[in-house]
Design a protein around this ligand. Sequence first.
Ligand code: UTP
Length: 296
Amino acid sequence: MPFTLRKAVFPCAGLGTRFLPATKAQPKEMLTLVDKPLIQYGVEEALAAGIPDILVITSRGKSSIEDHFDFSPELESALQQKGKTKLLEEVKAVSDLISIGFVRQKRALGLGHAVRCARDMVGDEPFAVLLPDDIIRSETPALLQMKGVFQQLGASVIALMRVPREEISAYGVVEATPHPFPGPPNRLFRLHGMVEKPSAQDAPSDLAIIGRYILMPEIFRFLDATETGAGGELQLTDAIRNMLAEFPVFGYVFEGTRYDAGDKFGYLQATLDFALHHPELGTRFAAHLRTKQATL
Ligand code: UTP
């Protein structure tokens, strides 16, 4: 079937320096957002987009990610014996539905290098990339929105978000023109270029690249041919920029709110929002915040 999307890659081999000391001995991807580790939100998003084949790029000290998605016979039988069936279902839910593989990136040589480590397991088919510390809360999962675009266009699609000018220098920014699309207006763009962390006056647009990508397998050829950039790192955006010259690449402004949970402040914002929307904790937490607000 044309334009099938079956595989999702989760690069998790970074050093997580922005979240030290919490990430010294614990993977950033396993930081808890209310009651689930960050990476589980991404894996659930992939599942919601109909993608059950998960490939995690890991490194030393990240084995808790493997344990989290593995079966846990002792815990499961203890919960069974105690009649805690709801918790048991929650513990098993994701692991039962996915097929998961792990590949080691031996040195943190950049996001592009991490994606290149997925080549053998991805093979010659389109695939999704989700950065687990980019958390998106939306009615329709962001990757599912992008998959709809990908299936119509049969080309690479990357997630975009509009960012105020004063904050744009923290992002990769695209040069793009609107592209006709039957969905909501002003969301789909054909990309012509991209600049990493431009100053506000040099930014080609207010459209920032966010950590969700659907990539055609040709990206591997461009990753091979792309020079390493600053700090000896191979950047995924550099390879996508090189691909633009030969293949169409589109950007989609997804509906939803994105949090940079790899950053301490972004993580706190995400925690607050997810706690307020939690089905069991939300009402109590909102009441707690109201009492707190009176003391601020
Ligand atoms: P980040 O730059 O956000 O993650 O990379 P980092 O390097 O872990 O964090 P800081 O900036 O030092 O705090 C984006 C994603 O790419 C992965 C990271 O794990 C993260 O999910 N990554 C980055 C790799 O897998 N390998 C790398 O060499 C670099």
